[in-house]
Design a protein. Sequence first.
Lengths: 405, 104
Amino acid sequence: MLARMRLRTVFLIYMLSTAAAIVAPYAMTTIVNARRKTIPVNSEPPQEPAPVPQLRSMWSGDGPACSASNGTIYYANGKQSDGGDPGANIQPFDDSLRSDFRTCAVSGDGTVYKVGSADGGPLSLNALEPTAQLKWSVPAQEVCSRPALGPDGSVYLVSRTRAGTTILTGYGAGGSKLWETPIGGTGWHLTAPVIAANGTIYVSATSQLVAIESTGREIWRVSVANSGPENVSGLIVGDDGRIFVQVFHGVVAFNERGEKLWEFLADNQDLDGGIALGGDGTLYLASRFLYALDKTGKPKWDFKSELTYTKRDYFGHQPIIAKDGTIYANTLRDQLYAITPDGRKKWLVSGEPRAVKRAWGQPMLTRDGMLVTNAGWFAVASGLATTGWPSESHDNSNSRRQENP
Amino acid sequence: MTEGTASRRQVVVGVVLGILLLPLPLVLEFAYFHGTGTLDVVFHAVVFFGAIQAFAILPASLCFYVAGKHGVVRGLLYFGTFAALCNTVLWVFVYRGLFNARIY
């Protein structure tokens, strides 16, 4: 039969089969992806119903930035509210200073530190009374990190000079400049310093981790990662002195002598949310998934957003750890999850609330158990953890300082 | 136009010729894309199997068609069809595993 087939027909069959061979991988990929989208991802029912959010539309998308020990919450848009219902009694902190609390930190005595400018003037580091009265102000560079607060009232700030030098500056409790140390680095993204329980200050210089004494003397300097893009985007310090450096899609752990302990790189093509450390030593990395890593850097579990494969969702916000071990993490698509310490779905609030049409954004968990977001707040089981490094800046006062255990 | 000739022997010659031509596109593909590590395996494979047909079977078929050796052309096309179908089956086999991948 093959011999009697016309040559034109043979050629046609040949061309069709060739086309099929070339198209096959693309067709299969399309079919597989379409099928993956129909597979329920992390579709287990939540362990408990989500708390009812107390929606507030007045926060104009500017979320909570820091809070004082008396419960006062300072918002990124320059407003503040007292404790209790964080949606009530919101008022401007200080109109004359055009306050912007995106870089704020609050010391134990209620002093508010922030980098900002008055009426569009040059940037300065300001220390303000809770009544908004200016205690002191020192000029700051045009590019600054948020401050870190020492236990004795000192303030540390990473900044980049006009000459392109990145420096760490230590200020005394009264605002006097104590010292200034060049730390190197070429990037414009400046990671704020962190302070270990023994007083050592850690800063990043592009792809290096630098340890500096509280006197400004450099102790050691190490390269952060061996592979991949290496810009440091976050730093935290554990109770045991270990330093965790968030790099592009991963984490690198060092001991207090600067020796590299382990490295974990996640499979991600999007931005990462951040890292947090539980009191039991578990490190959480918000990335494409939420990863829980044990003390050796091995994954204990990972948690996926239900929209991971259908809407390319990922954990793009900083995870927060509560006293009871619950991890709160929001995703790019506004899937606000409460996750148990063993990686199960405790509850989920899916999508931004229509009533206020605001994204949840980066939540803040107060010490008495209010999960405050851009669009409202939730009453949850317990407040922010007091061990480990439970939020981006360690605590809601943004001290960026590890306490003595 | 040259009157075509076809015989069982010519068809066999065409099939053997198709097999012998297989390494040619492999060499071409390797020489061109060697060092471009960003290309994934699937793309390499598609380029390779596409190149088999584009740089080996089709040109050879055209030459033998012009020469009137229609039997050899048939042999080449039979082999090309066989290779392409095998390739399609191979893709289905490779991707079959992804259908059963557990996603949680």
